[in-house]
Design a protein around this ligand. Structure first.
Ligand code: SDX
Length: 420
């Protein structure tokens, strides 16, 4: 395919390989793009995650999400995202051991978390705890050194559950639980969150598996808002901690990772299935957003939402938690999927629609829900950071603008201004 730009009688051919036009070719023709939200603009080449929004397909390094969620562990998936292949048994054993060795966090990070008010949002504590890591591992700043990159990615993956758990413990005034090498990645995280007096907290295996599946589903999602933030900060030559800290900030937004917390608030506000119709009319009138619905890429059912919906039913059964909000969510989904407003806009449940119900059944407070998104997404952020800082095509991200302001005005002294 080829485009031709003709200006002042001069024609310039603009190649469009597979429907993609390069910015440099547009510039050569004296053209640029204006694309708020980068809705239709690729900023990177990536081989990590593939999404087909129309078909509802999600693959990590070519492996369907359904197969990974049904068979892998989160650390196996983290290895796949980072290095492109599923680990052999020996590689996985070394990988698990490496992560285990680095779970402890410098005691000063505990002080940073301790300095917050008890009711400070845990995402703020997580963001500062992670961003402070570069001060304890300054070697991470040498992003050209493959050894330093590898070592600090391992540290980032190993320590994010510890910092997240401590952010939670600080909010409930409980002692900090240290990592336990006898436990796997998810079980160790649950123990650091929920351990009280017993020697070693052992979660119900069904709960551990449900959280492992949620971790895998949340691990990566190509160039979403927070990954874009990670890559933008990385493009300036920043280390993995500083870049992941920026990703945590982006994920905090209610339109992004904060949506799972907002879904639960919405379900509680609706209260019962018989009030769903009234709420849906409010959404259609623009008075509210149906949180957990809609997606920039998926214009069909988010494949992750389908898996989470099943996991939700399993966890409610395992925990014996009867949650009337599940009936509200089911009725909300049913009504919305049959309503022309949502059908015409191709709005379907996304990853956040049912996840909050699982987290509530696992006794997490709503403000921890986005933290539970950030912990597994750290694997994808690290993989995307690594791909970005080693991509020879990449340069510092510095978009253009369409200027709409004044030009060449003369300074007016204070006494000469209106109202002086
Ligand atoms: C995540 O990008 C990723 O991959 C993100 C993520 C990941 O794994 O990283 O998948 C995680 O962030 C999932 C999304 C979680 N957010 C929510 O659930 C919040 C509610 N959803 C929306 O705010 C919205 O759907 C977005 C932000 C997710 C997507 O917004 P877009 O693509 O910019 O779509 P849009 O705002 O342009 O909406 C198109 C139309 C508009 O109507 P019109 O102006 O054409 O009349 O659809 C409407 C919107 O008003 N719309 C909604 C809606 N989402 C879009 N109307 C009601 N409820 C909604 N949820």
């Amino acid at each position: 395919m080829q485009l031709t730009s003709t200006q002042d009688g001069k024609s310039t051919d603009i190649p469009a390989e597979n429907g993609v036009v390069r910015g440099a070719d547009l510039a050569r023709a004296g053209l640029s793009t204006y694309d708020p939200g980068l809705v239709n603009t690729a900023t990177v080449r990536s081989a990590i995650t593939y999404i087909d929004g129309d078909q509802g397909i999600l693959e990590y390094r070519g492996y369907p999400i359904e197969q990974l969620a049904g068979n892998a562990t989160h650390l196996e998936v983290a290895y796949l995202l980072l290095y492109g292949e599923l680990p052999t048994p020996d590689q996985l054993a070394v990988w698990n051991n490496e992560i285990n060795k680095h779970r402890f966090v410098h005691e000063n990070v505990r002080g940073i978390i301790q300095s917050y008010r008890y009711d400070a949002h845990p995402m703020a504590k997580l963001m500062s705890g992670v961003a402070s890591m570069v001060t304890f591992y300054p070697s991470a700043r040498d992003i050209a050194d493959p050894e330093a990159r590898e070592r600090n990615i391992v540290r980032m993956l190993a320590k994010i559950p510890t910092i997240a758990a401590w952010a939670y413990r600080q909010s409930i005034g409980r002692h900090y639980v240290y990592p336990n090498d006898e436990l796997g990645y998810v079980d160790n995280f649950l123990a650091m969150l929920f351990q009280s007096q017993q020697l070693v907290y052992r979660a119900d295996p069904r709960v551990t598996r449900a959280l492992e599946v949620l971790f895998i589903l949340h691990a990566d999602h190509e160039q979403n808002c927070s990954t874009n933030a990670v890559r933008a900060v990385a493009s300036a030559g920043n280390d993995v901690y500083t870049s992941v800290g920026a990703g945590i900030g982006a994920l905090f937004g209610p339109l992004h990772g904060g949506a799972n917390e907002a879904v639960l608030a919405m379900l509680k506000q609706i209260g019962s299935p018989d009030r769903v119709g009234e709420f849906i009319e409010g959404v259609k009138a623009g008075k509210a957003r149906l949180m957990g619905f809609g997606h920039r890429v998926y214009k069909s059912y988010d494949p992750r939402a389908r898996i989470i919906k099943k996991a939700c039913e399993d966890v409610l059964e395992a925990t014996g938690a009867r949650n009337p909000l599940l009936e509200v969510a089911r009725e909300l989904e049913k009504v919305a999927l049959e309503d022309e407003y949502f059908i015409s806009r191709r709005l379907y449940p996304n990853v956040d629609f049912y996840s909050g119900l699982i987290y509530e059944a696992l006794r997490f407070p709503p403000e921890m829900f986005t933290v539970l998104f950030a912990v597994p997404r750290t694997a994808g952020w690290c993989a995307q950071w690594l791909e970005g800082v080693t991509d020879p095509e990449q340069k510092i991200m510095r978009p253009r603008q369409v200027y709409t302001g004044h030009r060449e005005r003369s300074f007016v002294p204070l006494e000469g201004r209106a109202g002086a």
